[in-house]
Structures are given as structure tokens and as C-alpha cells.
Design a binder for this molecule. Structure first.
Ligand SMILES: Nc1nc2c(c(=O)[nH]1)N[C@@H](CN(C=O)c1ccc(C(=O)N[C@@H](CCC(=O)O)C(=O)O)cc1)CN2
Length: 301
């Protein structure tokens, strides 16, 4: 039984032990609300100057989860006062047609951000598609150019999920500088950029992955753990240093079909200092940071 409320409300867990340590909840929903209000104010100022932020969202195929995400992105745009275009294509869309569409959007002055929802159907090369998006409109931050800018510490768009995770860590008020951070997962869209962002914030960073022999050895030393594996119960209470900040990027289903992350939330809440929930944690922040990137693209314009 969980009682949740504010950004940093304690996570109360009904157990037989009344003095178990309880982590503070980092609510992505609440933090998103605050950030989206700021985004909407800045968007209104830009719109008043004749430069309304505009986002193009492209969905190829009928993946049910992707349909929900693109709908949520379009709604978030409307709520923030952005102009948005949702383009939906049949799964059989030829790659060349998609590239031609991106080319047209690259040259559309009303569009400041372009995103192609992932995953794409098998016959389409995601790298080719992402790299076709103009760097100045790559608000997902997935292109090779954007990855290079991140690596080099140059200005550019940061991938939305790790960017959101950084905002969540920062929201705790705990300085990242000098902390030991462990990132579990090495994907190009989450694990690797997450590690670089933490490094740029002066954390000492360890990246763990499926071939790491003793994951718990590393996580037990971590002040910050980011779990981005895609496997539930990857991080359990015995693997966490007391007081640590735990960020859960996972989106999995439990045996009852309920959405859950990579972290054993109930168990880890007894040990960690801060923890993100699933749902209501990193997911909403991913969409919020997309708005932030699109707004910044329009402001640069
Ligand atoms: N072009 C992109 N494709 C994909 C991205 C991305 O950032 N850019 N990320 C994911 C999907 N994604 C956004 O696109 C995304 C996933 C989940 C959520 C979210 O808010 N989840 C909710 C729960 C939703 C549910 O009930 O099913 C939550 O965690 O609270 C937002 C965005 C892959 N593709």
C-alpha cells in the first residue's frame, strides 16, 4: 500500500516493521507539471513575437504503445501552446518516402523539431532516418551529430530520457559533483548519453551491462543508480547503498500485466534516499524534455 502525494513525499510502505527507512518519491508527473508551466510561458512569449514553437511527429506503423506516446506528445504540445503536426503512415511506407517527408519538414520554417517515433518497421534503417533530420531540428537528440555534440560537451539537443533523468536527480538538491553514479544499461538512447551527462556533471561514472559479472558489487557503492535495462527486478534492496538516489527508466509488465520498472520499487524504497516510480516517473519527463528541446530550437531560431 503506497501513499504518494508531492514531489518529495515519503513513500510509506505498509510492513510489519514500523521503522523501515522510506525513500522520498521523485514524481516525474509533478516535476513535469512545473517544467511544462515554464515551457508554456516561454512559448507564449515566442508566439507573441510571431515564432510559435512547432513540432512534427512521425509515426510509421500501428504499434499500440507508439500510438499512445505520439498522441501524448501531440497533446503535450497543445497544452504548452505549441503548433504540432502528426503524420501517420502505414507500416509498408517505403524508406525513401519517409526520407523525402523529413527533407520537406527540414525546410518548413514553422517546424522547429522533428521526431520519428521508434521503433520503426524492420525494412526502414533507423540510423539513416534519424540522420536525415536536420541537426537543428533533432529534438530527440538521437542523431550521430547530436551524440557527437554531447560527447564533446558542445551545445546541442540531449536525448529526452536521460535529460529528464538529470532533471530528476537535480530536483533532489543533492550535488552530483563527486558522487559515484552507476548506470545499468548501455543503449545509444539512454545508457550511454546518461553516463556522459553524469560525467559532465562531475560524477564518477560506472557503466554496467549484461556482461558485468557482479552487478551488485558496483551498485552497492553507488550514490546514484540509473536502471535502464528493460528487465524487472534488476535492482533489488540488497543491491542499493542506504540513502542512494535510484532512477528507474524501465517499462515492463509484471505477472499481472501491471506496468513496472527495472527496480523492485517496494523493496528498494526501504533502503534508498530517493526513488522514481513507474508509472509517473521517467516516462512523463521524456515528453517534457521533448517540449524543452523543441522550445529551445524555436528560441534559437
Ligand atoms: N522518437 C522516440 N521514440 C521513442 C522514445 C523517444 O524518446 N523518442 N522513447 C520511448 C517511448 N516514449 C516516447 O516516445 C515514451 C514512453 C513512455 C512514456 C510514459 O509517459 N510512460 C508512462 C506510462 C505509460 C503507460 O501507461 O503505458 C509512465 O512511465 O508514467 C512516455 C514516452 C520509445 N520510443
Amino acid at each position: 500500500m503506497l501513499a504518494r502525494g508531492g514531489l518529495y513525499n515519503r513513500v510509506f510502505i505498509a510492513t510489519s516493521d514500523p521503522i523501515t527507512m522510506t525513500a522520498q518519491l521523485i514524481s516525474g508527473t509533478r516535476l513535469s507539471q512545473q517544467l511544462r508551466e515554464e515551457v508554456a510561458h516561454r512559448a507564449a512569449a515566442l508566439t507573441a513575437r510571431g515564432n510559435q514553437p512547432g513540432l512534427a511527429v512521425i509515426l510509421v506503423g500501428e504499434d499500440p504503445a507508439s500510438q499512445v506516446y505520439v498522441r501524448n506528445k501531440v497533446k503535450a504540445c497543445a497544452d504548452a501552446g505549441f503548433h504540432s503536426l502528426l503524420e501517420k503512415y502505414d507500416a509498408s511506407l517505403p524508406e525513401a518516402d519517409l526520407l523525402a517527408r523529413i527533407d520537406a519538414l527540414n525546410n518548413d520554417p514553422a517546424i522547429h523539431g522533428i521526431l520519428v517515433q521508434m521503433p520503426l518497421p524492420k525494412h526502414i534503417d533507423p540510423t539513416k532516418v534519424i540522420d536525415a533530420i536536420s541537426t537543428v531540428k533533432d529534438v530527440d537528440g538521437f542523431s550521430v551529430q547530436s551524440a557527437g555534440e554531447l560527447m564533446a560537451g558542445l551545445p546541442g539537443f540531449r536525448p529526452c530520457t536521460p535529460f529528464g533523468c538529470m532533471k530528476m536527480i537535480e530536483s533532489t538538491g543533492v550535488p552530483i559533483k563527486g558522487k559515484h553514479a552507476v548506470v545499468i544499461g548501455r543503449s545509444n538512447t539512454v545508457g550511454k548519453p546518461m553516463a556522459i551527462l553524469l560525467l559532465q556533471a562531475n560524477a564518477t561514472v560506472t557503466i554496467c551491462h549484461s556482461s558485468t559479472p557482479d552487478l551488485a558489487y558496483h551498485t552497492r557503492q553507488a550514490d546514484i543508480v540509473v536502471a535502464a535495462v528493460g528487465k524487472r527486478n534488476t535492482l533489488t534492496a540488497d543491491m542499493v547503498k542506504p540513502g542512494a538516489i535510484v532512477i528507474d527508466v524501465g517499462m515492463n509488465r509484471d505477472d499481472d500485466g501491471k506496468l513496472c520498472g527495472d527496480v523492485d520499487f517496494n523493496g528498494v524504497s526501504d533502503v534508498a534516499g530517493w526513488i522514481t516510480p513507474v508509472p509517473g516517473g521517467v516516462g512523463p519527463m521524456t515528453i517534457t524534455m521533448l517540449l524543452v528541446n523543441t522550445l529551445e530550437s524555436a528560441e534559437r531560431n
